[in-house]
Each structure stands twice: as C-alpha cells, then as structure tokens.
Design a protein around this ligand. Sequence first.
Ligand SMILES: Cc1ncc(COP(=O)(O)O)c(C=O)c1O
Length: 310
Amino acid sequence: MEATKFIWFNGKLVPWADAKIHVLTHTLHYGTGAFEGIRMYETAKGPAIFHLRKHMERLKFSADSLSMELPYSVDQLCNATVELIKANGLKSCYIRPIAYFGFGEVRVLPTNCPVEVAIAAWPWGAYLGDEPARVTVVKTLRVHPQTTAPGAKISGNYVNSMLAGREAVQRGYTEGLQLDYQGNIAEGPGENFFIISSRGGSSSGGKGITISTPALGSILPGITRWSIMTLAKDLGYAVEERAIKVAEALEADEGFFTGTAAEVTPIASIDDKPMKSSPGPVTKQIAEEFKKITRGENPKYLEWLTFVNK
Ligand SMILES: Cc1ncc(COP(=O)(O)O)c(C=O)c1O
C-alpha cells in the first residue's frame, strides 16, 4: 500500500504518519465504526470521484444506525475529500472515510467517547485481480437483518466478511459467496452478486435477457449495484431484485460481482461449475459501459462524477 502525504483527520490535513489513535479507542474494541470505500478515476477533465455524495450519504446512514452523530455534514465531508485529493496530488485512487467512537470510557455503550472522522486516500488497482473470479459458497452466513444492520457499512460487520473471504481463499478460491439466513444468495464479502439468464416472456425485456440480483434485506445496498441496475435498464435489459437460490445461479448464463473495490468482476465458476460463458457478452458490455462512465466518457452519467478540478 502506497502512503500519500496527508490524511484528513478531524477537520485538518495531517501528515500520513501522524494520523494515529489511542489504543483504548471504543471502535477498536467493539467494531462501532461507520466507513466508506470510494474510487476516483482519471478522466479527460482531470480526476473525478464516483458517486461521492451517495457514499457520504451512506456514511451518514451507517453512523445513524449506530446512533452516532457525525460532527460534519455530508457537504463538509464531500468538500474535505476534494481538499484531501488536491493536497495529495492524486490522479486516481481509493478513498476511505471512517467515523468512529474515540477514547472516552471502556464500556460497550460509547459513553463519553468523542465521534472522530478521518478520510484517507491512496492509489489502488484491481481488487479481485484481472481474471474472472472462482467463487465458492461459504458456510459463514451473511449477518441477519435483525442483528447488526447488514444494510449499513459498519466496521463490526466486516468480521463476518473477513471470515467468509478467508474461508474461500483457504479453500483455494478467489472469493466467497454468502447465503442469507433463509438460504438465498446474499452477496460476496465485499461485493454484490448478479446473474444473467436468457428467458423468454414479457419480463425479460426487449433483449430477452434478464439480469437478477438479490433483493435488499441481508445485503449492503451497493452504490455500484445501483449504478449497474440503472445502466442495465438503460441498455434495455430486464432487471430483477429477488431471492436467488444457489441451484439457479449454477444454471445461469453469466455471473458477476460489483463493488467499489471489485468494480465489475466476471465470475468464472461457482463451486467449480463453470458459468456458461465467462466473461460473457452481457458482462463484457456492462463492464465496458461502466468503465466509460467512470472515465467520464458517457455524457448521460456525468452527474455521477465529482470533478476535482472544477
Ligand atoms: C459487504 C459488501 N457488499 C457490497 C459492497 C459493494 O458496495 P459498493 O458498490 O457501494 O462499493 C461492499 C463494498 O462496499 C461490501 O462491503
């Protein structure tokens, strides 16, 4: 990981090496942080941050789910991110805002623990590698909706993700696929899941192809997931959010993961059963269109980008 000059830390730009916390920080012990992962891309008009505002709005939503009052507004956090990018002179990068309960008292309820906020940014490449992912269904279930709010990006939820991802990698796969408490596919440890099937009938859109993704409830409502659903509908595909069983996914034509880190990553196989094609034609088209959008090459979606040098 490549260090940059500054980290935005509680309202100030501080040198990377000085952005430190106390060992009795509440969130270090109890997982009570809210965080985000955002990407910035190089475009012809300079660096552009993808869905900056949506990410900061989700940060606020995640903080709210912890009853954590952010000391900065969404606008202030967006401006701070732009300030940080400029100070670090970055062209493309990954951006990690985090809000956490700092050092106050050591007890489960964060009594007298100040809410602190940091934003870091550093150059970062492909997350799941450049090859289509070999995926396995893992035994670690995705957190139940009545436990730690799977729809919020909360630090503690990533124990669940870490165990799922580690299980997959230890068994020799690229990534895990987690089921929800009802036995439906939920998502990857850091990615949303999609399948593509050609089915006749009126529900399959003009192209006779349906793109399906697990419904909200047990998953993180990915910002890339939303962007890809919007793009796929605009491209004339039928898009469905619904329950998907593993048996159905094994019979799908194509599959892919989406996420800020993973972008659009084609799935090669699920539990060693190859997808019918990988990367298939629809996945390829969607990945290419997504790349154009993030690089500012599709005028229709320019509002999804925050240009740093306005
Ligand atoms: C558990 C989980 N699901 C899905 C995603 C994808 O979400 P997004 O597209 O907003 O990055 C992420 C990454 O943030 C994640 O951690």
